[in-house]
Design a protein around this ligand. Structure first.
Ligand code: HEM
Length: 489
């Protein structure tokens, strides 16, 4: 009898423990029934087939600007109307990332991209000064140095034959972020293959598969898959590189006897030049006692290395592709690049429009999501606590109301009408408190690299080539970016 009472009590306690989650799940189910979206069967079929971006496109067409998908037991509601997006991104209480970002934690830990609440606030405050415009102006020179190498490396391919330019771009972008933000000269461009870049590709592919797989979102199942083995191998390389970078830079600070910000101000000899890297600031503020722990620094280095090179690589690559397809636009960008050489930071209105138009069609982060922690009113929809909401930038940017003929590449949209554009109709860098901290850095790197490339080469189309855009963590072209190059002189 006693044993029976004990079992009954245990079951009751278990039930009570999970009762709030059960109630929350039932509320989500009730809410989901009022919003259109595909069945779980469709998700399973689609995750096997891939082509998630195409699928999201078709769901937007079929269901309108708001639809939902069940990702395992997580309910994700996608929004693509700029008015809804404004409510989402300006909301100061909607800052927690959705559960999908937890998949990235094995790699990025609780870095700026993945963290939430007080931890995020603290880090954002600490890291923001590292991207101040004064610091950015010091980055111009090392980025330009790397552009020169990039252009030299491309010479071997500038014979009119088609080739995939993507690997060259990623190595350039990796060198640029390593040298500016981490203060390390890696010269990845001088190697033909980069283990680090390959490992990033592997882990992004694995995470993407996992986030849209009904089964692999359950960690216990994921651990028995080949993808898990691939992720483990990639993590060894990625974390190994981060540790190496931190160790090297710490040693450099020690060798130059820099222990405080005041020492750094006085010194003119950090790694040869008086340029304080982002990583130096983290290491110095740790030495001063108010900064991040070793583990936290590693997480930020992982985050910034990844965000700082993969996003810009994607943007440069799609921009080159689009310019290769549009001779007149390319010619106008070339003329501006020639006339404004050396003034890429301050001006280049046309190039800026070309870059924005590229990011409109191919936003490097095609969607991004938040977790709803309290019921959220959006127009006449009440999204219940426990759901996730996602800004589908890829489709916001294809809204015919703001972008007539949305598939047409037309930088004029960002010249003539920008002031009339809805402020949330272009959200490639997100907006509001959790916007992209590297936006200015990215625009600088994109302007510098694209204008140097244009001054040296003409981009010609590769016959029959069309990129297959994949919505991994960062949008990529699954079949590379094939073009032909012709030297300008
Ligand atoms: C074309 C280039 C880039 C694009 C389109 C882009 C886009 C974005 C977007 C959409 C977000 C919001 C993501 C979310 O809410 O989940 C974001 C966040 C972030 N980006 Fe970028 N990014 C670019 C370049 C960079 C660069 C160069 C860096 C670093 C140097 C960087 C660092 C970050 C970080 C750390 C966050 C997280 C910010 C936070 O949550 O407080 N990004 N980016």
């Amino acid at each position: 009898m006693n044993a029976l009472a004990l079992v009954a009590f245990a079951l009751w306690a278990l039930f009570m423990r999970y009762l709030p989650s059960i109630i929350q799940f039932l509320r989500l189910k009730r809410f989901a029934a009022t919003i259109p979206g595909p069945s779980i069967g469709e998700l399973i079929a689609r995750s096997k087939k891939g082509q998630i971006l195409e699928w999201l496109h078709s769901l937007r067409k079929k269901h309108g600007p708001v639809f939902r998908i069940w990702l395992g037991r997580d309910l994700m509601v996608f929004f693509s109307d700029p008015e809804d997006v404004k409510q989402l991104l300006s909301n100061n209480t909607l800052l927690k990332k959705s559960r999908s970002y937890e998949l990235a934690e094995a790699w990025l830990g609780k870095g700026l991209l993945t963290s939430s609440d007080d931890a995020w606030h603290r880090r954002r405050k600490l890291l923001t000064p590292a991207f101040h415009f004064r610091i950015l102006s010091e980055f111009k020179e090392p980025i330009e140095e790397n552009c020169k190498i990039f252009i030299r490396k491309l010479r071997e391919k500038a014979n009119g034959e088609q080739f995939d330019i993507y690997p060259y771009i990623t190595l350039f972008a990796l060198d640029a972020i390593l040298e500016t933000a981490m203060g390390i000269k890696k010269n990845a461009q001088m190697q033909s293959e980069s283990e680090y870049v390959k490992a990033v590709q592997t882990i992004c592919r694995v995470m993407h598969k996992q986030s849209f797989s009904f089964w692999q979102r359950f960690e216990i199942i994921f651990r028995f898959t080949n993808s898990y083995k691939e992720r483990t191998e990639a993590l060894k390389i990625l974390h190994g590189e981060t540790k190496r970078v931190i160790k090297l830079r710490r040693q450099m600070l020690q060798d130059t006897n820099i222990q405080t910000m005041a020492d750094a101000e006085k010194s003119d000899d950090v790694g040869g030049k008086r340029r304080l890297a982002f990583l130096d600031m983290l290491l110095i503020s740790q030495q001063e006692g108010g900064g991040l722990t070793d583990q936290e620094i590693r997480e930020e280095v992982d985050t910034f290395l990844f965000e700082g090179h993969d996003t810009t690589s994607s943007a440069i690559a799609f921009c080159i592709y689009l310019l290769s397809q549009h001779r007149e636009i390319q010619q106008r960008a070339y003329e501006e690049a020639s006339a404004l050489r050396g003034h890429e930071k301050e001006s280049m209105r046309y190039m800026e429009a070309v870059i924005k138009e590229t990011l409109r069609l191919y936003p490097s982060v095609p969607f991004y999501s938040r977790k709803v922690q309290e019921d959220l009113q959006l127009g006449n929809i009440t999204v219940p606590k426990g759901a996730s909401v996602s800004t589908l930038a890829y489709m916001v940017h294809r809204d015919e109301k703001y972008y007539p003929e949305p598939e047409k590449f037309d930088p004029e949209r960002f010249l003539a009408a920008e002031k009339d554009l809805h402020p949330f109709a272009f959200v490639a860098f997100s907006a509001g408190p959790r916007n992209c901290i590297g936006q200015k850095f990215a625009m600088l790197e994109l302007k510098l690299s694209l204008s140097s490339l244009l001054r040296s080469y003409e981009f010609l189309p590769a016959e029959g080539f069309k990129p297959k855009a994949l919505a991994e963590l960062v949008m990529k072209s699954g079949n590379g970016v094939q073009i032909r190059l012709r030297p300008r002189i």
